[in-house]
Design a protein around this ligand. Sequence first.
Ligand SMILES: [Zn+2]
Length: 392
Amino acid sequence: MTTAAAPSFDPCDPVGVAQALIRCPSVTPEDGGALGVLEAALAPLGFVCHRLRFEEEGTAPVDNLYARLGTEGPNFCFAGHTDVVPPGELKGWSIDPFAAEIHNGRLYGRGAVDMKGAIAAFVAAAARFVKEGGTPKGSISLLITGDEEGVAINGTRKVLDWLQAKGETLDACVVGEPTNPKALGDMIKIGRRGSMTAFLTVHGAQGHVAYPHLADNPLPRLARMLAAITAEPLDAGTPHFQPSNLELTTIDVGNPAHNVIPAQGKATLNIRFNDLHTADTLLAWLRERLDRVGGSYELDHFVSGDSFLTPPGPLTELVADAAERVTGRRPEYSTTGGTSDARFIKNFCPVVEFGLVGQTMHKVDEHTALDDLTRLTDIYGEVLRNVFDRIG
Ligand SMILES: [Zn+2]
């Protein structure tokens, strides 16, 4: 538990909180003071704050924050990350990426939409809830990591393990990633496809091209294997997911000689997969086709996330209703896009993602409309007012 100095901003004002966060240069894995800003806002509201620093050999230490208001269940959690991707070439920006300047009704800066803006909206919603005398019929918590845009080893996953070891449970979670493609209220993410990268090495025996009987060329087998795994689609999609897709990303032999049969050929592929598959079933699917071609090969793999789905129900309806009440638009439920830390949280409780408009995320001149920041605060406030009746 830590104590924090009084904040220099009004926690009820999402713009002030967002500016304070953006002014912390928290490029992964640096914290830059960002979690201190949150503690300063949350502790006076009654949140008990835990700063959690994790490190592992070969990785940089990362600071995380778990803050909870209340001790009773159910525990509604808002999750997000204060780390940001690097600004890149500064001359590409028209303003300082860490100055948090406002121009023409927009707040500019790295992390404005991905996702310090949403965290600020959540803090402001919680602050207003508390100041208006709202008492949660349960607990409100924030799980904020500094390791989402990086390797994600010392972040959300380890905080969840820490919570589990302490006997803390989460009952429902909203992740504030920028989910709206064009306008606030467009889209709630209710799941994500999984991602697996596989590395295929086909072995043969090196030799002179003029004496092929003394060698074993692996390349025709590699070509047949790649043809076999790309000949048919993995599936046709499911009610909430688009079809899985397998993409070859590179084929490597690296043989500079025109008269040498190489000893091996390699290929790498990535599969974005829906809820019909797991990494294990995909590996079996691949091996079945590779074995049909035969010969000696190795297949290594790396899973960056399994697919998951929070089926439409109380949590998805709660967030959709809140978004519709504020924006007048009913968000579409979607499972498109890349992975997020929701892939870890889904093992603990139902989780959906809803945040700002994502158009400028990871780009130069990243910005959010101030109006979106205000309305997102209203949406999260609406969620807080209704969540305990709907998920309890
Ligand atoms: Zn993000």
